[in-house]
Design a protein around this ligand. Sequence first.
Ligand code: FWO
Ligand code: ZN
Length: 394
Amino acid sequence: MIKLIKEAEIYTPEYIGKGDILIIGDKIGAVFENIDVDKISFVEFDVIYGGDKIAVPGFIDSHVHILGGGGEGGFKTRTPEIMLSDIIRGGITTVVGCLGTDGVTRNMEGLLAKARGLEEEGITTYIYTGSYRIPINTITGSLMKDIILIDKVIGAGEIALSDHRSSQPSIDAVMQLVADARVGGILSGKAGIVNFHLGEGGRMLKYLYEIVEKTEIPFSQFLPTHMNRNINLLNEGIKYAKAGGYVDFTTSSDPVFWEKGEIKASKALKRCLDEGVDINHITFTSDGQGSLPSFNDKKEFVGLGIGKVTSLYYEVRDAVIDEKVPFDEAIKVITSNIASLLKLKNKGRIDKGLDADIVLIDKDSFEIDTVISKGQIMMIDKELKVKGIFENKI
Ligand code: FWO
Ligand code: ZN
């Protein structure tokens, strides 16, 4: 089927004006100011009118506990696995799944199976090998083999640093893991990125600075996340990004965190831009389905929330509406920025030949209206057209 989005305001994410997007199969066939379907009468088009919409690339959420996570408050606090409809409602067409604190009752085989299931349901998925801990649990027994031999594996994560729940790895163990991820990526044409979870400890990015200083490995080999967890991490992240590093802000939040000094991702973005950080070094991820546990000063568990993938776009919208960040800048943190860092070459932009992952946003409400994933309409006029296999049976 050939689809045509007519007269939308197109952000590739750079704004290119009002125009038409031709979708052929699962690819973007063309982007033109006007494609006149009447002249091509022999083809049947599915025309989507975008006159009152903004067209942006499908969103990429590169930190989602798709298999579920949590457990920090005991077994009852293990969070549920994700359902397709939450992902679609969030305008997300590409997800990178990961494990977290619990790498024992959650394993890599399950993560890969869930990622494959979501791919069968219509979105694009990748995974990080590992969990919080080093040595990491893999599928093939080696991180390099996982990256080289398993298509969906694009790197390692989320590896915990500066956190009472980490495996307290030595700098050498972290360096070795980054080296393996890098060479695994080089040999398979992937990013081989290491997604680091930053806890609330005082060591912060010490190891990452040391790896860049002591080895030939560049800043682009890792992506530290939760950098808006508190003001110390945000300040460190600004310095780190100005030195050439990449920083990721978590969009999920919970009241238990606000009094602990967590900075809303939209405000963290604004603060970075005000301090002259290059926006191409900033990304957002949701931590969807991850637990958001809170611990008191004695590191005792006091309660938890659950991450939501729908927060990913909401924080971008808040950055635009509340923090006055220009739309074509803010939208990059969940599209082209993360696509280039993760080397997802067919993702993150509206361009001829790329995957037809497109989101249409209402121009006035800034609400997500239509989601197209690999050319398939998943939601239109805010109505889900595709649900997870069990979602309409529960
Ligand atoms: C963050 C995932 C945290 C899980 O510090 O890292 O726990 O395994 O599901 N979540 N532990 C949440 C803060 C950034 C708010 C995770 C979680
Ligand atoms: Zn984390």
